[in-house]
Unconditional design. Sequence first.
Length: 606
Amino acid sequence: MCGIVGYSGNSEACDILIEALKRLEYRGYDSAGIAIWDKGTIKIGRKKGKVDELKKAVCDGTFRGKLGLAHTRWATHGTPSEKNAHPHKAGHVVVVHNGIIENYIELKKDLKKEGHTFLSDTDTEVIPHLIVHYMDKGNTFLDAVRATLKELKGSYALGILNEKERILVAAKKESPLIVGVGNGEYFIASDAPAIINRTNRFIFLEDNDVAIFKNNTVRLINTDGEKIERKIHQVQWSDAMAEKGGYKHFMLKEIFEQPRAISETLLGRIKEEKGEIDFEEINLPDVKKINKIWMVACGTSYHACMIGKHIFEANLRIPVETDIASEFRYREPIVSKNDLLIVVSQSGETADTIAAMKEAKKKGAYTLSICNVLGSTIARDADSVIFTHAGPEIGVASTKAFTTQISVIFMLMLYLGKRLGVLDSQDVRNHILEIKKIPHKMQNILEMAPSIEEAARKYMQCKDFLYLGRGIHFPTVLEGALKLKEISYIHAEAYAAGEMKHGPIALIDEQMPVVFVSPVDQTYKKTCSNMEEVISRRGKIILFTDKEDQEIHQRVDSYFVLPDTIYELQPVLSVVPLQLLAYYIANLLGTDVDQPRNLAKSVTVE
Ligand code: G6P
């Protein structure tokens, strides 16, 4: 997704902005650009491709100035190219944008009639033109910006410069934008990791906020021009936490960080002696009135929801419906005011998930978000939020966010179970004991990394993979297959093992690895029958299980015995070797693991 950074202070802006852009690379992008203001002129540089290309072109001492903006673009309207890269300029106004302007065609038509000419295929370019249009009518720059914002339909995070005045303006609606408060200097950024090495003090802008940076001060107004106040938050994420820490890729680092991420997510919340979960941050209405639970998300977070359905239904006996946010928002779901809608999102900025949450709120449901990013839209706009304390997740393919999401869902089940009276303190205590063991068991799995790498070497040339699992292991294999296709570009499909005979069995031959996740539980024997069917068609099985079973193990191609745990927590463990398998295959194939082609970390457009 597009990334925005801005600087207003007493240091040279160019190097600061390029460095901040590099730190936003994880979001995924296809071109980059920069604008530096100096004594009434703005210099603009734009390049298709990586930030390093832009750096080569602009970091030669010619882009001098202490005020500026920069941008990484992830194409939505118009192909990736230099002319479509931001910043866009009209008259004396320069703009960078993240989001989508839905009424840009109408606006462009009207502006063209007035004589404005457009140089790009983007929706963004209407913004500086519209500001110029209002300035031409005699408005001040700031009034013209406000009038423009009121005309825009859709979503935006904007950085705006005016060549004639030393002012930087930042504004947002439905796309993320934060202000970093330094020592006599200010930053703007789409996300905290961009500037966390410069400051840990942030203002999280809200929709319709406009921040104006002038004379090394900031003031906030809304689009009506009224003064507003926002708190400065001090965050704990250190710079080192956002770096690779010696690992080849962020993804590998994040896989290995999972035991710690889970421990931190549990910290302060599990009260073992009392047999209680303390979520002081949530303020649910009478839980006994909950009619139905909805769990809605996208991508990996959606897989966490599917696992949540198993965890909640088995223990709470409340019906749970899961939905993909982009489906939920457009299908008139029957949501009532006694429903609890849980949205799960690592970034807290996924456009479809935000829209689904709004939709449910409108229908009267209580909204609870499970989120990893402090100050994000979903975290702010939900009725309550529970944070996963995974730390910044930089690799595009989600790993530690997923396992911490499941840990929160598990704790939430205990929290609700106690309040509903379906679990007593002893039940909660027993479950707490199990989740407390997870970080250590996960560590044992991580120690199996070299043998998983060996397996990766064995299968890396295969063109297609099938992943099978039953019950709670079905979402786990969906996640495993997603990881493999995301980062290795190998076709991988996941099915509920019971569905194998309804189609995928036709694909099985000696070229086709079939990954089974099958701990020894109530469906183990059924899954063994599916394994037999694969073996008799000479398919290659890679099995992840939790107990020795020589009868099966002698006949599969590879098997791994993982530590065991209770049913509800098995996905937290069994997904780890699937993450590692995908990682090592991708790494051996030499793909861009942290920024896979066409993917974005945070999908802020629908
Ligand atoms: C993108 C990311 C995925 C993520 C999904 C949902 O597709 O690449 O890793 O699972 O968005 O994102 P969220 O931030 O809402 O969890």
